[in-house]
Design a protein around this ligand. Sequence first.
Ligand code: ATP
Length: 469
Amino acid sequence: MPADSLDQVVSLCKRRGFIFPGSEIYGGLASTWDYGPLGTELKNRVKREWWNAFVRGRADIVGLDSAILMNPKVWEASGHVTSFNDPLVDCKGCKERFRGDKLLEEKLGVEAAAILKLDQVKSMLDAEEVHCPNCGKRDWTEAKQFNLMFETRQGAVKDDTNRLFLRPETAQGIFVNFRNVVQTQRLRLPFGIGQIGKAFRNEITPGNFTFRTREFEQMEIEYFVEPKDAESAFEEWRKVVWEWYLDLGIAEKRLRVREHGEKELSHYSSKTVDIEYQFPWGWGELFGLANRGDFDLTQHEKFSGEDLKYTDPDDPGKKLIPHVIEPSFGCDRTVLTFLLNAYTEEELPNGEVRTVMKFDKRLAPVDVAVLPLSKKDTLIEKAKELHKSLLSETTLAVDFDITGSIGKRYRRQDEIGTPLCITIDFGTIGEDAKQGEQDTVTIRYRDSLEQDRVPLGKVREKIAEYWRS
Ligand code: ATP
């Protein structure tokens, strides 16, 4: 049984050290979350899989790590200063603020909400009898545009000349580096530039754990093509991304593709499809694929006065602004999806119910746990030897746990999704032949619960065999 409520996963994340509420000892800070030791490892693995699949593993894509703070003209050129707004309404009853379009979206569906103009939002909220989700009243203010960019200042002087924005997307860092990257890497169309990094949006209604936060991470690619190839590249990316999620174990029945209606499209996009996941509260965007055309490079040419055209290396007379297909992944939403997708409660043959995180083995934060059966010194010593050799001779993440009964430790490893547990018992140290031969250990497999008795000298081979399976 997968997670049917978000609370189950939120509580497991806190209990086991995946994700903690931000600034908790000071009473928290709304909608901020900190990744704990296991969450950090899980998130790093998600990023590693992404980077390997889409950057290192591809001859046509290179990586970038651009600054969060950028010249404010970037955001004028990109359209974010004028167009990156959400319609904000206040409830006059409790003073809570909401996104008017989201309130209507819940009532009418995405398409209907997207076609509304700002001055229609209040009258639609009234006509549709939308109540405040906080206090239940029905007394809305007129909607106003609310820009989602966080502002900050650079340097010691506080005036408008040093006003900056925290980037609301990583994409613009790629566009402003387009010429640098093309010239230094000798790229030929089609090619992509990928980057992983933080983005900030002053969301009016963050929530649903890490699904919508004000600080989050994106994994984005800008894929540059000749205009005639844009459509086929779009279709290709849609397939490749869908397959990436499936390959890492996301249940296909919980994924769907949703194309944006014309009125819903962002200011830069001529076509957008989202991949949505069926979250416990309903379908939500996990990934967005947009055809940005030549919008961004053209805008940056205009605002910077620099030539950002691509020159065909085989025909220097042929210059063009490439079109851009943008696969944009939310890193935190992807991590949340892997957590929800992995969460399983199942009944064991003895009638007990266990909670097990069935992560793909490439994502599980701990690869192998070494567990001495009891706290006896000789068992611990033998187990430590194995732990040390696995740490020094492999690149695996190896846990060592001596706290609590072996049953409790297996339960903990199941809850954090460790694929393999290795138990050192009295057989291993030659004190109880009934448990097994001397210098053999038990390997327990998370999903099948099968147990293999293996000579110590063959442990690494067995692990490698499991990884190949
Ligand atoms: P939404 O409609 O949910 O606000 P969006 O369409 O504005 O998302 P994009 O601008 O397409 O999002 O950003 C690309 C990806 O970044 C999204 O698919 C999502 O996974 C992630 N993302 C966007 N906003 C947030 C947020 N506030 N918190 C966490 N992830 C986010």
